[in-house]
Design a protein around this ligand. Structure first.
Ligand SMILES: [Zn+2]
Ligand SMILES: [Zn+2]
Length: 500
């Protein structure tokens, strides 16, 4: 039976460009695969492992529907309704307040509901179907060049083996590594193994910065592997690849696509807060697949699960160069906000600024909100005109970060956006107003982790200027000390086993 494209009742003026509206009550056809059909490999590459809206598919509608009729492409409801509850199939949202309705010209309904939660990726409404490839899989065993000469630390080597084993067994694994443990290198062997097996791999991270930093590194290590970087506005979004480096947001377009998903910085906002991103990861993995989580600061819940052996984990307490993590120093600076209103900063912060500039060592100065960056920069520029501020929406963000990397900016004032991924070899950090709610334990640990990452400059200062100590600050310092202690102990065991 052929699938009838036009339902007169629903679409009196069906237009090829708009595609086919579907209704909630409609059962969508599942045509058996016609093996004789000469399918388009281009369409296959575009749609495989994804669930896309018509607007995201640059092929003629006729081509698409031919593939539907021969069982190569399947349609599914974008929004479903169960017991009066709307659920968005792209982002998993079932928060009813995030569904709105409009008088829809496509389906002719007065109240066609759509999901506001994921609207930035194109509107999914009740009458919009998803298109998904259900034809033959793409199986490509390509040659994999592995071009890396570095050496793993003992902790890294152990974790690296565990990662490979987890991938082989299609298991979940948490890699709990301190900031600066060199967790990217821990993935190399696992990636090589996966690619050699023809597995499709995705490294997902909540942050675009991390995608931008990781992509060139991995392209160097795997020079003949097809690698795609996916983030809002990236050019690779349409490309088929073997290894994807993606923001967790972009994963929303995938379905059962990956044999291996590696989620970097699981604790990072917005991943930890946003259920739809966790849904995206689950949706994007194949039913038989492995899932590797990387983090420096697992949630309380996860730590408990690790202790109770309910969650498999491997810990790397030491940095790859073996030096301990710098422990944050708390410095009370009084009501800095009041001072800021008077266009100045607490004396002790200004003193730090002067010393920092004299030391010729670069530094990050973290502040709690984007709104005050400019004010703080203005004050700092009295001391050095090259000081810059940067934040997430900053149009010159990439360029400023690059100049900071080049050493042209002595101190960069920033909100939390640079806390992950950006590494400057010889730098210090300071936080102004570390008592603010935005600085969670995990954020503070990450901020402290910016310092002393390179073997050449393994130390540095981490200062928290505050107007009242918070639990998050205390916990962050405790976390750092615990990891250092654990690293010291594991070194001792290694030493004593050497001496036996
Ligand atoms: Zn949605
Ligand atoms: Zn509609």
């Amino acid at each position: 039976m052929r699938f009838v494209l036009q339902d007169e009742r629903l679409i009196p003026t069906f237009s090829v460009h708009e595609g086919l509206p579907i209704s909630q009550h409609q059962t969508l056809p599942h045509t058996p695969l016609n093996k004789q059909f000469n399918y388009s490999t281009q369409l296959q590459q575009h749609l495989y492992g994804k669930e896309l809206l018509l607007a995201e598919i640059p092929f003629p509608l006729e081509t698409l529907h031919e593939h539907v009729n021969h069982g190569y492409v399947q349609l599914s409801h974008g929004i479903t309704k169960q017991n009066y509850i709307y659920i968005c199939k792209r982002c998993g949202s079932d928060t009813q307040s995030l569904f709105a309705s409009f008088a829809c010209s496509r389906c002719g309904e007065d109240h066609c509901h759509y999901c506001r939660n994921c609207i930035m990726m194109g509107r999914v409404s009740e009458c919009t179907p998803f298109y998904r490839w259900v034809g033959p899989e793409i199986t490509e065993k390509t040659e994999v060049l592995f071009d890396w000469e570095g050496e793993l630390s003992q902790g890294q080597a152990y974790a690296s083996k565990e990662v490979v084993t987890a991938i082989q067994g299609n298991r979940e694994l948490l890699v709990w590594a301190v900031c600066g443990a060199g967790k990217t290198e821990v993935l190399f062997k696992g990636l090589e193994y996966s690619l050699l097996q023809g597995k499709r791999v995705c490294i997902a991270t909540p942050r675009t910065d991390v995608v931008l930093e990781l992509t060139p590194r991995l392209k160097k290590v795997f020079p003949n592997t097809k690698i795609a970087a996916l983030y809002g506005g990236s050019e690779d979004r349409q490309r088929y690849a073997n290894l994807y480096i993606s923001t967790t947001h972009q994963l929303l377009r995938f379905k059962e696509a990956f044999d291996v998903i590696i989620v970097d910085e699981v604790d990072a906002f917005p991943y930890s807060m946003d259920k739809s991103l966790q849904y995206a990861v689950q949706k994007a993995r194949k039913q038989i697949s492995s899932l590797i989580y990387l983090t420096a600061t697992p949630s309380k819940q996860w730590k408990k699960e690790v202790q109770q052996n309910k969650r498999q984990a491997v810990k790397i307490p030491a940095r790859y160069h073996g030096h301990p993590l710098p422990v944050p120093t708390f410095i009370w600076c009084g009501n800095w906000q009041k001072r800021l209103k008077k266009k100045t900063l607490p004396q002790i912060v200004l003193k730090w600024l002067e010393n920092q500039l004299n030391s010729k060592k670069q530094a990050f100065l973290f502040v709690p909100s984007v709104a005050i960056i400019d004010n703080v920069v203005d004050i700092c520029r009295h001391y050095d005109e090259r000081i810059e501020g940067v934040h997430a929406e900053d149009k010159q963000r990439k360029e400023k970060v690059q100049r900071f990397r080049n050493g042209e900016i002595p101190i960069i004032v920033t909100s939390t956006i640079l806390e992950r991924g950006v590494t400057i070899p010889n730098s210090d950090v300071a936080v102004l107003g570390s008592e603010d709610d935005i600085f969670t334990e995990s954020a503070l640990v990450q901020i402290a982790g910016r310092v002393g990452r390179s073997a050449k400059y393994p130390t540095g200062a981490v200062l928290f200027f505050h107007f009242g100590k918070t639990k998050a600050m205390v916990e962050a310092r405790k976390n750092v000390k615990q990891m250092n202690e654990m690293a010291r102990k594991s070194m001792e065991t290694m030493d004593s086993s050497f001496n036996k």
